[in-house]
Design a protein around this ligand. Sequence first.
Ligand SMILES: Cc1cc2nc3c(=O)[nH]c(=O)nc-3n(C[C@H](O)[C@H](O)[C@H](O)COP(=O)(O)O)c2cc1C
Length: 198
Amino acid sequence: MLELCSMANSTIDLLLKRRSVLAKNLIEPGPSPEELQSILSAALRIPDHGRAEPWKIQILDKEAQSSLGDFCAELFNSENPDSKETHIELERNRPQRSPILLIITMCPNEKKLAKIPEVEQLLSTGAMCQNILVATQALGYNAQWVTDWPAYHVDVIKFLGHNDKTQIAGFIHIGTAAEEPNERPRPDIKEIVSKFRV
Ligand SMILES: Cc1cc2nc3c(=O)[nH]c(=O)nc-3n(C[C@H](O)[C@H](O)[C@H](O)COP(=O)(O)O)c2cc1C
């Protein structure tokens, strides 16, 4: 009982202190292969109505990040021919900012759509992203969940090997914080939470 209680306390402490670290401030080391396996196992431990299992996770090491960066830079350049070289390089570097990059995607399970609407399948995918953030921080590493234009570009989705029904829920950068992030203002609980009365 005592052990359960202290586990609960450390979980609530972790949740109350959780902070993202900007991808550009995530440096080596990243999680070991065993630690990454724990993060990924935690990722799968999410609510999933009717076992729709609409999600996939891809792991990108530095080599894969570099290919994705080159692809995004060329795509950005072809669609924005007047952009400055510095901006193209920023796009090349975007997926390469951290030791490990995870890409979490959702392709709706069409057989289950009548009972499990797409929004529920997407919500489960969001829960997966959040579990990854929390598990990463529990192991002493840091992460940031980002999207930006590459998450919504059909050519990027295709480049990653997905069909056109697949959506990117998030790019999650993982590494060690180069410096501790400052706290940031959080919403006032009174503005968000109320007692419903009839
Ligand atoms: C779906 C989603 C997409 C996001 N995309 C970006 C992004 O592209 N760039 C960014 O700087 N932050 C993005 N964020 C916000 C960060 O993940 C993070 O929440 C923010 O840096 C604040 O840090 P905190 O998690 O400690 O509150 C996104 C968050 C969510 C939920």
